[in-house]
Design a protein around this ligand. Sequence first.
Ligand SMILES: [Zn+2]
Length: 270
Amino acid sequence: MPNSVLEFNELTITQISDGHTFMSNSVFPDYAASRDNLSIEGNFELPISAFLIQGMGRNILVDTGSAGNFGPNAGRFCENLAETGLHPDEIDTIFLTHLHSDHYGGLRNRIGVAAFPKARLKLSTIEWRRVHDQDLIAKMSEEDRAGLNRIHSFLEPYRARTDLVQDGDEIMAGLRVVALPGHTAGHSGLVAQSGTQKILILGDIFHNPAYQLANPSLSVIYDDDPEQAARTRVEVLSQAAISDTILAGAHLGSHNFIKIENHETGFRQK
Ligand SMILES: [Zn+2]
């Protein structure tokens, strides 16, 4: 999929596709159970994207793709970023929406060093604590601890240049962090505003816009707190419909840069 671009005032926002993978409908247990015509064995396509925000001399990445851990159709983030003409040295900031491997996978290159040697890493304080909480780590299974070790190994090359951020913090003039808890405790997005115009990069609020726009209370099994994720989704989408906000997300694929409106008990793309 070619990179798609949105000009937003002084910002150029480019969707950098990492490719796609397939997921079972069973990741939406409530949806599959409520639909006679939807086989729980069925799959849907999960696009994976990161974003490049440019303006005022800055080159900011939002997430870094999966680095090939999501099957043969994913892992294209680096080559698609290269298509923009930017060299990895020119990325000054990486904002991670959360610490799942389809978002942090491109932080390191194949030999384990920082893929973006000059970038500062911006990460939610809550998300950082989530993966460094010694009490929690002590109670983890061996498998979960191995997953955590992997996260630490990707953060390590950026240790000396990591800034912890929270809701409302400015990444650059006019671009702020917005807390979107539920998918993970520190899951966050970015909002850019100019006058009444707004764009929200919303991380993993959606894994399937077709299902979750129509029924925003549907969470996936990967949401750490499914009820909080649903509350956040409903709140964000309600506000987006009222304020005519442009939405972009890691798993929206070709549905990126959309506006939504209320429809029946949920929403639909305008
Ligand atoms: Zn994701």
